[in-house]
Unconditional design. Structure first.
Length: 385
Protein backbone atom coordinates (compact mmCIF):
# COMPACT_ATOMS: atom_id res chain seq x y z
CA UNK A 1 0.00 0.00 0.00
CA UNK A 2 1.53 3.29 -1.11
CA UNK A 3 1.43 5.95 1.56
CA UNK A 4 -0.36 9.29 1.21
CA UNK A 5 2.11 10.94 3.59
CA UNK A 6 3.51 13.19 0.86
CA UNK A 7 0.07 14.75 0.33
CA UNK A 8 -0.39 15.16 4.10
CA UNK A 9 2.98 16.92 4.37
CA UNK A 10 2.15 19.23 1.47
CA UNK A 11 -1.17 20.24 3.03
CA UNK A 12 0.35 20.83 6.47
CA UNK A 13 3.18 22.87 4.91
CA UNK A 14 0.53 25.31 3.60
CA UNK A 15 -0.57 25.93 7.24
CA UNK A 16 -4.32 25.27 6.99
CA UNK A 17 -6.79 26.54 9.59
CA UNK A 18 -8.09 22.98 9.90
CA UNK A 19 -7.13 19.67 8.26
CA UNK A 20 -9.29 16.54 8.50
CA UNK A 21 -7.81 13.44 6.80
CA UNK A 22 -11.17 11.64 7.38
CA UNK A 23 -9.42 8.28 7.50
CA UNK A 24 -10.27 7.24 11.10
CA UNK A 25 -13.87 5.95 11.10
CA UNK A 26 -14.18 6.39 14.85
CA UNK A 27 -12.72 9.90 14.91
CA UNK A 28 -13.54 11.65 11.63
CA UNK A 29 -13.42 15.04 13.38
CA UNK A 30 -9.68 14.70 14.14
CA UNK A 31 -7.89 17.91 13.10
CA UNK A 32 -4.17 17.45 12.28
CA UNK A 33 -3.47 21.17 11.88
CA UNK A 34 -1.61 23.22 14.47
CA UNK A 35 -4.98 24.53 15.75
CA UNK A 36 -6.23 21.02 16.73
CA UNK A 37 -9.80 22.20 16.15
CA UNK A 38 -11.57 18.86 16.49
CA UNK A 39 -15.16 18.03 15.62
CA UNK A 40 -17.69 15.43 16.62
CA UNK A 41 -19.53 12.85 14.52
CA UNK A 42 -22.88 11.07 14.40
CA UNK A 43 -24.62 8.64 12.07
CA UNK A 44 -22.95 5.84 10.17
CA UNK A 45 -20.19 5.91 7.57
CA UNK A 46 -18.35 3.51 5.26
CA UNK A 47 -14.82 3.62 3.90
CA UNK A 48 -12.97 2.50 0.80
CA UNK A 49 -9.34 2.67 -0.32
CA UNK A 50 -8.78 4.42 -3.65
CA UNK A 51 -5.55 5.16 -5.50
CA UNK A 52 -4.73 8.69 -6.62
CA UNK A 53 -1.51 9.10 -8.66
CA UNK A 54 0.08 6.12 -6.94
CA UNK A 55 -1.06 7.09 -3.42
CA UNK A 56 -3.57 4.87 -1.59
CA UNK A 57 -6.17 7.04 0.14
CA UNK A 58 -8.64 5.90 2.78
CA UNK A 59 -11.84 7.71 1.83
CA UNK A 60 -15.12 8.05 3.73
CA UNK A 61 -18.76 8.46 2.71
CA UNK A 62 -21.95 8.87 4.72
CA UNK A 63 -24.43 6.03 4.96
CA UNK A 64 -27.20 6.87 7.43
CA UNK A 65 -27.73 10.42 8.78
CA UNK A 66 -24.00 11.14 8.54
CA UNK A 67 -22.70 14.30 10.14
CA UNK A 68 -19.39 15.69 11.37
CA UNK A 69 -19.91 18.93 13.29
CA UNK A 70 -17.01 21.37 13.69
CA UNK A 71 -17.28 24.40 16.02
CA UNK A 72 -17.06 27.78 14.30
CA UNK A 73 -13.86 29.81 14.07
CA UNK A 74 -13.30 33.45 13.13
CA UNK A 75 -11.16 32.28 10.19
CA UNK A 76 -14.24 30.63 8.63
CA UNK A 77 -16.11 33.96 8.37
CA UNK A 78 -13.94 35.92 5.91
CA UNK A 79 -14.38 36.60 2.19
CA UNK A 80 -11.19 34.84 1.07
CA UNK A 81 -11.21 31.08 1.57
CA UNK A 82 -9.60 28.05 -0.06
CA UNK A 83 -11.09 24.57 0.29
CA UNK A 84 -8.89 21.58 -0.56
CA UNK A 85 -10.21 18.03 -0.62
CA UNK A 86 -10.24 14.72 -2.49
CA UNK A 87 -13.57 13.37 -3.75
CA UNK A 88 -14.65 10.23 -5.59
CA UNK A 89 -17.89 8.93 -7.05
CA UNK A 90 -19.63 12.30 -7.42
CA UNK A 91 -23.10 11.34 -8.62
CA UNK A 92 -25.77 13.16 -10.60
CA UNK A 93 -27.49 14.55 -7.50
CA UNK A 94 -27.63 17.62 -5.28
CA UNK A 95 -25.49 16.89 -2.22
CA UNK A 96 -24.02 19.18 0.41
CA UNK A 97 -20.51 17.94 1.18
CA UNK A 98 -19.62 20.65 3.68
CA UNK A 99 -20.92 24.08 4.58
CA UNK A 100 -20.91 26.79 7.22
CA UNK A 101 -24.42 27.07 8.64
CA UNK A 102 -27.32 25.60 6.73
CA UNK A 103 -29.10 28.43 4.94
CA UNK A 104 -27.08 28.86 1.70
CA UNK A 105 -25.91 32.33 2.74
CA UNK A 106 -22.37 31.79 4.09
CA UNK A 107 -20.35 29.30 2.08
CA UNK A 108 -20.93 25.79 0.83
CA UNK A 109 -19.33 22.99 -1.20
CA UNK A 110 -21.90 21.01 -3.16
CA UNK A 111 -22.38 18.62 -6.05
CA UNK A 112 -25.06 19.53 -8.56
CA UNK A 113 -27.34 17.52 -10.80
CA UNK A 114 -27.58 18.00 -14.53
CA UNK A 115 -31.19 19.06 -13.92
CA UNK A 116 -29.94 22.23 -12.23
CA UNK A 117 -28.37 23.31 -15.53
CA UNK A 118 -30.28 21.74 -18.44
CA UNK A 119 -27.97 20.16 -20.95
CA UNK A 120 -25.00 20.18 -18.55
CA UNK A 121 -23.23 17.24 -16.93
CA UNK A 122 -23.13 16.73 -13.15
CA UNK A 123 -20.62 19.05 -11.54
CA UNK A 124 -18.98 20.12 -8.29
CA UNK A 125 -18.37 23.62 -6.97
CA UNK A 126 -18.76 26.20 -4.24
CA UNK A 127 -19.90 29.75 -3.55
CA UNK A 128 -19.36 32.37 -0.86
CA UNK A 129 -22.38 34.31 0.39
CA UNK A 130 -25.75 34.02 -1.34
CA UNK A 131 -25.65 32.02 -4.62
CA UNK A 132 -25.89 34.15 -7.73
CA UNK A 133 -29.02 34.44 -9.85
CA UNK A 134 -30.29 32.62 -11.83
CA UNK A 135 -28.24 29.74 -10.48
CA UNK A 136 -24.74 29.11 -9.25
CA UNK A 137 -24.95 25.74 -10.94
CA UNK A 138 -24.78 27.20 -14.46
CA UNK A 139 -21.01 26.91 -14.66
CA UNK A 140 -19.41 27.45 -11.29
CA UNK A 141 -18.31 23.89 -10.84
CA UNK A 142 -15.48 21.78 -12.16
CA UNK A 143 -16.54 18.68 -14.06
CA UNK A 144 -14.67 15.86 -12.43
CA UNK A 145 -12.95 12.58 -13.22
CA UNK A 146 -13.94 9.60 -11.08
CA UNK A 147 -11.31 10.42 -8.44
CA UNK A 148 -10.15 14.00 -8.07
CA UNK A 149 -8.06 16.26 -5.90
CA UNK A 150 -9.81 19.65 -5.90
CA UNK A 151 -8.79 23.15 -4.86
CA UNK A 152 -11.70 25.62 -4.67
CA UNK A 153 -10.57 29.23 -4.28
CA UNK A 154 -13.26 31.68 -3.19
CA UNK A 155 -12.03 35.26 -3.57
CA UNK A 156 -15.13 37.22 -2.64
CA UNK A 157 -17.73 36.57 -5.33
CA UNK A 158 -15.22 34.89 -7.66
CA UNK A 159 -14.55 31.17 -7.76
CA UNK A 160 -11.53 29.58 -9.42
CA UNK A 161 -10.60 25.92 -9.37
CA UNK A 162 -7.77 23.44 -9.79
CA UNK A 163 -8.43 19.75 -10.45
CA UNK A 164 -5.61 17.21 -9.99
CA UNK A 165 -3.06 20.02 -10.01
CA UNK A 166 -4.32 21.65 -13.21
CA UNK A 167 -5.65 25.19 -12.81
CA UNK A 168 -8.79 26.09 -14.73
CA UNK A 169 -8.30 28.96 -17.19
CA UNK A 170 -11.63 30.52 -16.25
CA UNK A 171 -13.10 31.94 -13.05
CA UNK A 172 -16.64 33.15 -12.51
CA UNK A 173 -18.77 34.91 -9.95
CA UNK A 174 -20.75 32.30 -8.01
CA UNK A 175 -21.90 34.14 -4.88
CA UNK A 176 -22.53 37.56 -3.39
CA UNK A 177 -19.00 37.60 -1.95
CA UNK A 178 -19.73 38.17 1.76
CA UNK A 179 -21.14 35.88 4.42
CA UNK A 180 -24.48 36.77 5.95
CA UNK A 181 -23.79 35.34 9.43
CA UNK A 182 -20.80 36.65 11.37
CA UNK A 183 -21.78 35.02 14.66
CA UNK A 184 -20.88 31.47 15.67
CA UNK A 185 -22.54 28.81 13.50
CA UNK A 186 -21.15 25.29 13.15
CA UNK A 187 -19.39 23.82 10.17
CA UNK A 188 -21.12 20.65 8.84
CA UNK A 189 -19.34 17.87 6.94
CA UNK A 190 -21.11 15.21 4.88
CA UNK A 191 -24.57 16.74 5.19
CA UNK A 192 -26.76 19.74 5.85
CA UNK A 193 -27.52 19.42 9.52
CA UNK A 194 -27.54 15.63 9.24
CA UNK A 195 -30.70 15.52 7.15
CA UNK A 196 -29.10 14.54 3.84
CA UNK A 197 -25.78 13.04 2.88
CA UNK A 198 -23.81 11.68 -0.07
CA UNK A 199 -25.31 8.44 -1.29
CA UNK A 200 -22.32 7.56 -3.46
CA UNK A 201 -19.61 10.15 -2.88
CA UNK A 202 -16.39 9.63 -0.93
CA UNK A 203 -14.31 12.39 0.69
CA UNK A 204 -10.79 12.63 2.19
CA UNK A 205 -8.02 15.08 3.04
CA UNK A 206 -10.25 18.09 3.72
CA UNK A 207 -8.31 21.30 4.46
CA UNK A 208 -9.63 24.84 4.91
CA UNK A 209 -7.46 27.98 4.53
CA UNK A 210 -8.46 31.55 5.36
CA UNK A 211 -6.48 32.82 2.37
CA UNK A 212 -5.91 32.11 -1.30
CA UNK A 213 -3.36 29.40 -2.02
CA UNK A 214 -0.47 30.74 -4.07
CA UNK A 215 0.34 29.52 -7.56
CA UNK A 216 3.54 27.95 -6.19
CA UNK A 217 1.52 25.93 -3.67
CA UNK A 218 -0.82 24.65 -6.35
CA UNK A 219 2.16 23.92 -8.60
CA UNK A 220 3.68 21.87 -5.76
CA UNK A 221 0.58 19.68 -5.76
CA UNK A 222 0.81 19.25 -9.51
CA UNK A 223 4.47 18.23 -9.13
CA UNK A 224 3.44 15.68 -6.50
CA UNK A 225 0.89 14.13 -8.84
CA UNK A 226 2.76 14.28 -12.14
CA UNK A 227 6.38 14.66 -11.07
CA UNK A 228 8.53 17.73 -11.40
CA UNK A 229 9.68 18.78 -14.85
CA UNK A 230 13.26 17.66 -15.31
CA UNK A 231 15.91 19.99 -16.67
CA UNK A 232 19.10 18.81 -18.29
CA UNK A 233 22.17 20.91 -19.01
CA UNK A 234 23.68 20.42 -22.45
CA UNK A 235 27.14 21.90 -22.90
CA UNK A 236 27.81 23.31 -26.34
CA UNK A 237 31.27 23.58 -27.89
CA UNK A 238 31.58 26.38 -30.42
CA UNK A 239 33.99 25.85 -33.33
CA UNK A 240 34.84 28.80 -35.54
CA UNK A 241 34.12 28.17 -39.19
CA UNK A 242 37.00 30.41 -40.29
CA UNK A 243 39.80 30.39 -37.76
CA UNK A 244 42.41 32.61 -39.39
CA UNK A 245 42.60 36.21 -38.13
CA UNK A 246 41.18 38.99 -40.25
CA UNK A 247 44.68 40.11 -41.24
CA UNK A 248 45.17 36.77 -43.07
CA UNK A 249 41.81 36.78 -44.84
CA UNK A 250 42.05 36.68 -48.60
CA UNK A 251 38.86 37.43 -50.55
CA UNK A 252 37.96 34.70 -53.02
CA UNK A 253 36.52 35.00 -56.50
CA UNK A 254 32.95 33.74 -56.65
CA UNK A 255 31.32 32.23 -59.71
CA UNK A 256 27.52 32.01 -59.89
CA UNK A 257 25.84 29.38 -61.97
CA UNK A 258 22.09 29.50 -62.39
CA UNK A 259 19.25 31.77 -63.32
CA UNK A 260 18.73 34.63 -63.01
CA UNK A 261 22.35 35.67 -63.52
CA UNK A 262 24.01 37.43 -60.60
CA UNK A 263 27.23 39.36 -60.32
CA UNK A 264 29.88 38.37 -57.80
CA UNK A 265 31.30 40.76 -55.30
CA UNK A 266 29.85 43.54 -53.19
CA UNK A 267 27.86 46.43 -54.56
CA UNK A 268 29.65 49.65 -53.77
CA UNK A 269 27.59 52.16 -51.84
CA UNK A 270 28.70 54.99 -54.12
CA UNK A 271 26.91 58.29 -54.20
CA UNK A 272 24.50 58.66 -57.11
CA UNK A 273 24.43 61.74 -59.29
CA UNK A 274 21.29 63.45 -60.50
CA UNK A 275 21.62 61.29 -63.62
CA UNK A 276 22.14 57.83 -62.13
CA UNK A 277 23.47 55.25 -64.52
CA UNK A 278 22.41 51.63 -64.58
CA UNK A 279 25.01 49.25 -63.17
CA UNK A 280 24.08 45.58 -62.94
CA UNK A 281 20.77 44.38 -61.52
CA UNK A 282 21.11 46.37 -58.31
CA UNK A 283 20.39 49.79 -59.80
CA UNK A 284 17.61 51.10 -62.00
CA UNK A 285 16.91 54.33 -63.78
CA UNK A 286 14.70 56.66 -61.75
CA UNK A 287 11.95 58.66 -63.39
CA UNK A 288 9.41 60.49 -61.25
CA UNK A 289 10.46 58.51 -58.19
CA UNK A 290 10.40 54.76 -57.67
CA UNK A 291 7.86 53.29 -60.10
CA UNK A 292 8.74 49.62 -59.97
CA UNK A 293 5.33 48.14 -60.75
CA UNK A 294 4.34 50.14 -63.83
CA UNK A 295 4.89 48.68 -67.30
CA UNK A 296 4.91 49.95 -70.85
CA UNK A 297 6.09 49.09 -74.37
CA UNK A 298 8.65 50.00 -77.03
CA UNK A 299 7.44 50.05 -80.64
CA UNK A 300 9.51 50.95 -83.74
CA UNK A 301 10.41 49.82 -87.30
CA UNK A 302 13.28 48.18 -89.17
CA UNK A 303 13.86 49.62 -92.66
CA UNK A 304 16.33 49.22 -95.49
CA UNK A 305 16.40 52.08 -98.01
CA UNK A 306 13.23 53.40 -96.44
CA UNK A 307 11.23 50.18 -96.80
CA UNK A 308 10.11 48.01 -93.91
CA UNK A 309 11.70 44.56 -93.75
CA UNK A 310 11.49 41.46 -91.56
CA UNK A 311 14.50 41.19 -89.29
CA UNK A 312 15.33 39.65 -85.92
CA UNK A 313 15.21 42.25 -83.12
CA UNK A 314 16.67 41.73 -79.65
CA UNK A 315 15.81 43.66 -76.46
CA UNK A 316 18.45 43.98 -73.72
CA UNK A 317 18.61 45.75 -70.38
CA UNK A 318 21.37 48.31 -70.10
CA UNK A 319 23.34 45.76 -68.08
CA UNK A 320 23.34 43.35 -71.03
CA UNK A 321 20.62 40.91 -69.98
CA UNK A 322 18.47 39.62 -72.83
CA UNK A 323 14.85 40.41 -72.05
CA UNK A 324 13.03 39.33 -75.23
CA UNK A 325 13.35 38.87 -78.97
CA UNK A 326 10.94 39.20 -81.86
CA UNK A 327 10.82 39.54 -85.68
CA UNK A 328 9.72 42.73 -87.32
CA UNK A 329 6.69 42.56 -89.59
CA UNK A 330 7.58 42.03 -93.28
CA UNK A 331 4.84 44.31 -94.58
CA UNK A 332 5.97 47.47 -92.81
CA UNK A 333 8.99 46.50 -90.63
CA UNK A 334 7.16 47.21 -87.35
CA UNK A 335 8.05 45.41 -84.11
CA UNK A 336 6.98 45.80 -80.51
CA UNK A 337 8.14 44.69 -77.05
CA UNK A 338 5.48 44.66 -74.33
CA UNK A 339 5.44 44.50 -70.52
CA UNK A 340 8.68 46.41 -70.01
CA UNK A 341 9.35 48.26 -66.75
CA UNK A 342 8.84 52.00 -66.98
CA UNK A 343 11.68 52.68 -64.54
CA UNK A 344 14.33 51.03 -66.72
CA UNK A 345 16.08 51.85 -69.99
CA UNK A 346 16.61 49.27 -72.71
CA UNK A 347 18.90 48.66 -75.71
CA UNK A 348 17.42 47.31 -78.98
CA UNK A 349 19.51 45.52 -81.62
CA UNK A 350 18.26 44.69 -85.16
CA UNK A 351 20.28 41.94 -86.93
CA UNK A 352 20.68 41.42 -90.68
CA UNK A 353 19.21 38.23 -92.10
CA UNK A 354 21.93 35.47 -91.97
CA UNK A 355 20.01 33.48 -94.61
CA UNK A 356 21.50 35.68 -97.35
CA UNK A 357 25.08 34.72 -96.47
CA UNK A 358 27.47 37.43 -95.30
CA UNK A 359 25.51 40.32 -93.81
CA UNK A 360 24.92 43.21 -96.12
CA UNK A 361 24.50 45.56 -93.19
CA UNK A 362 25.91 45.77 -89.70
CA UNK A 363 23.61 45.26 -86.75
CA UNK A 364 21.83 48.46 -85.77
CA UNK A 365 21.43 49.32 -82.07
CA UNK A 366 19.11 51.82 -80.45
CA UNK A 367 20.49 52.48 -76.98
CA UNK A 368 18.96 53.88 -73.79
CA UNK A 369 15.36 53.50 -74.92
CA UNK A 370 12.52 54.41 -72.54
CA UNK A 371 9.23 52.43 -72.66
CA UNK A 372 5.98 54.27 -73.22
CA UNK A 373 3.20 53.77 -70.67
CA UNK A 374 0.03 52.04 -71.81
CA UNK A 375 -2.97 54.19 -72.51
CA UNK A 376 -6.08 53.32 -70.48
CA UNK A 377 -7.61 50.14 -71.87
CA UNK A 378 -4.75 49.55 -74.33
CA UNK A 379 -3.75 45.96 -74.93
CA UNK A 380 -0.49 44.39 -76.02
CA UNK A 381 0.83 43.47 -79.47
CA UNK A 382 1.06 45.24 -82.80
CA UNK A 383 -2.04 46.62 -84.41
CA UNK A 384 -2.86 47.06 -88.08
CA UNK A 385 -1.74 45.00 -91.11
Amino acid sequence: MASDQALRDLILASNPVVYYPLNNPSNLGLDLSANAHHGSQSGTFSQQIKTLFGMDLTMTKGVSSPLVTVPDRAEFRGNKLTIELVVAGVADENVVWLERGGANNNWSVQSYTSAQAPGQVPAFGSFLGVPTTPSVFQGAASNLPGLAHIVLVMDGAKLSTAVNGTVSQTSINTGSGSQAIQTAVPLHLFSRGGTAGPSNGYMAHLAIYNRILTSDEILARSALFFGAMGWEVHHLTATLANQEPRSQFQPQDVAWRGSPPLFAGPVLAQELTQFPMIKGRDYFWLRDGVRNVEQGYIESTVTIDGEGVARRVLCFTQSGELVAETTSRASDGKYRFDLLWLNRRYMLVAQDDPAFGPADYNAVAADFQLPKPYAPGEGIGLTGA
